[in-house]
Design a binder for this molecule. Sequence first.
Ligand code: ADP
Length: 396
Amino acid sequence: MAKIIAVNAGSSSLKFQLLEMPSQDALVSGVVERIGMEDAIFSIKFGEQKVKEVCPILDHEVAVNMLLEALTKYEIISSLEEIDAVGHRVVHGGEKYAQSVIITDEVEKEIEALSSLAPLHNPANLIGYRAFKKNLNVGHVAVFDTAFHQTMAPEIFLYPIPYEMYTKYGIRKYGFHGTSHYYVSKTAIEFLGNPAESKIITCHLGNGASICAVKNGVSVNTSMGFTPLAGVMMGTRSGDIDPSIVPFLVEKMGVTAQEVGDILNKKSGMLGIYEKSNDARDIEDGLNANDARAELTLAMYADRIVQTVGGYIAQLGGVDAIVFTAGIGENGAIFRQAVCDRLKGAFNIDMDTEANKVRSGEPRDVSTATSSAKILVIPTDEELVIVQDTVKLLNI
Ligand code: ADP
């Protein structure tokens, strides 16, 4: 059996899973948080065991070394020789990568060059890659968040701004969460019995959120855009707003455009409206206590999803299944219900309220028998896609 590590390196965090293939068993999963700090947190889970350590982890290389040491220390593997490959999540593949790719020196340079489009993400992804490369003499594969959406047509991915903004600066809709949209749409198509033609709308609702229209297995539209700030309302991100708000606030508040960008990325969305928290569980508590602001937050959140889903139903010419995934999509029954309640009148998409309330980690159908489309809850598994692509590309 092959053993592959899936890595998701952020600027101050590193998430990882070691999967055995082809069984898909997760031997260990974990996360290193607060990298760069004296009180960084290293947590791993394997079998029934959980280990958490708070200690100084000053850079990603130290984090990777700790992880690799832990693998043998806790006898998860007997030697590092057992690791066959590493798959890395890379946020931005630009127009260059419509598929995952083996990382060569040239690919590394391309990912670096694409940092201008994802200055917070691609450099962090590369730091993770370099740290693993130093320690493990195996093949490495990059799996891009943008790749799945490279099938969008120009009339969908272009913005109605001067065309040379696209040719000169690469300004267009790229879309993100592609690995997740790919995985859950593929699972949904299997759920439908693998029909030759299918129209699926996937709602990835986590801290970041995006919606994707998938026709016959291919992404034809998605709500995030040039950056992950666009689209629906999110935990702390505004999603789409009137762009004139930016220069207006620059002038009114006497701040830079960058600072307004920070407000839109970090202080908006559910946090901006609810004010007390961006965590959907806290908003649920507020709803249970009849807090008016929590109700407004939910209404705004659901409304934006419904506008997007409704538009995608028109673009697809119908819909066979609507899929909910990620933290809120998988767990937030109230959020799913609020979205589907608003879709019912126009589209007869009908949620089975009782089935929707049942908690489960399994893919499931929560629509009624008479609903015009299936409503599916499908736990996402981006790590599995990363590992599958790694195995495929490296012929493991
Ligand atoms: P990301 O990967 O984008 O950081 P996740 O997919 O983990 O995010 O989703 C995080 C969101 O999921 C948070 O808003 C959190 O409140 C929400 N969430 C997690 N568990 C639950 C739950 N049981 N009920 C409602 N929301 C939940």
